[in-house]
Design a binder for this molecule. Structure first.
Ligand code: TPP
Ligand code: MG
Length: 205
C-alpha cells in the first residue's frame, strides 16, 4: 500500500459517507501517510498491532485487505477492526489499548519471542492515566513495545493548549511521537471549521 493507495481508499470512504452509505460514526485518516509508511517499514510479520478509533491506515499498512476493511466500515465497525491473522486489535476507548499492549509485550519477553508490540494512540491518550502507567511499565521493564503517539493537536475538537496549557511531557524512548496536520475534515462544506481562530483538527467524522 503506497501513499496514493491510502488516500484513494479514504476518498472512496468519504464518497460513501457523503452518499449516506455509511450511517455510522467514522474517523478518517489523512495527512499522516508519509510518517505511517516510515513507521510500518519497521513492523514485522507476527508483530502485534494495537490501533484506535482511527484505524484505517494502520490496518491497510499492516497488510489488511482494503476489501475486508471496507466490509468492516460498511457494517459499522470502522472503530472495531480486528484481525487475528495480523495480530491486529483496536479499541475506540481513548488509551484503551496501551495497558493491554504492555501485557502482551511482557508475555513476549517472558517467552523469549523476537516479536514486537506497536501501540498507536492519539494525543488524546496523553490526557489519560492508563497511558502513563503503560509507558512507565514498558520503559521500566524494557519490554518490546513502542507507543506511536499521533499528535494532530486535537482530542475531538479541543487543542492541547485548551486541555493542559503549555505542558509537554518528555516521554521515554518507547514513545515515538509525530505531529501532523490532518486532512479529510468531514463537514458539510468540506472546509475546516474555524474555532476561536484555531485551525480545526477535523478529528472526527
Ligand atoms: C475514555 C474515553 N473518553 C472519551 C472518549 C470520546 N472520544 C472519542 S475520540 C476522542 C478524541 C481522541 O483524540 P485523540 O486520541 O487525539 O485521537 P484523534 O481523534 O485526534 O486521532 C474522544 C475524547 C472515548 N472514546 N474514550
Ligand atoms: Mg488527536
Amino acid at each position: 500500500m503506497n501513499k496514493d493507495d491510502l488516500i484513494k481508499f479514504e476518498k472512496e470512504m468519504v464518497q460513501l459517507w457523503e452518499a449516506a452509505k455509511i450511517p455510522y460514526p467514522i474517523h478518517f485518516s489523512g495527512g499522516n501517510e508519509d510518517q505511517l509508511i516510515e513507521i510500518f517499514k519497521e513492523v514485522k510479520k507476527g508483530d502485534h498491532i494495537f490501533s484506535t478509533h482511527r484505524s484505517h491506515y494502520h490496518y491497510l499498512l499492516a497488510g489488511g485487505s482494503p476489501e475486508s476493511l471496507k466490509k468492516f466500515i460498511l457494517e459499522g465497525d470502522s472503530m472495531h477492526v480486528f484481525d487475528k491473522e495480523l495480530n491486529f486489535i483496536t479499541s475506540a476507548i481513548v488509551a484503551g489499548c496501551p495497558t493491554i499492549a504492555a501485557g502482551v509485550a511482557l508475555a513476549l519477553k517472558r517467552k523469549g519471542s523476537d516479536k514486537h508490540v506497536w501501540c498507536f494512540v492519539g494525543d488524546g491518550a496523553e490526557d489519560e492515566g492508563h497511558f502513563y502507567e503503560a509507558v512507565r511499565y514498558v520503559d521500566g521493564k524494557d519490554l518490546p513495545c513502542t507507543f506511536i503517539l499521533e499528535d494532530n493537536n486535537r482530542s475531538v475538537e479541543t487543542s492541547k493548549k485548551e486541555r493542559y496549557g503549555e505542558s509537554e511531557i518528555p516521554w521515554p524512548k518507547c514513545v515515538k511521537k509525530y505531529v501532523y496536520d490532518p486532512t479529510f475534515p468531514h463537514v458539510a462544506t468540506g472546509k475546516w471549521i474555524d474555532f476561536s481562530g484555531q485551525k480545526s483538527g477535523g478529528s472526527s467524522f
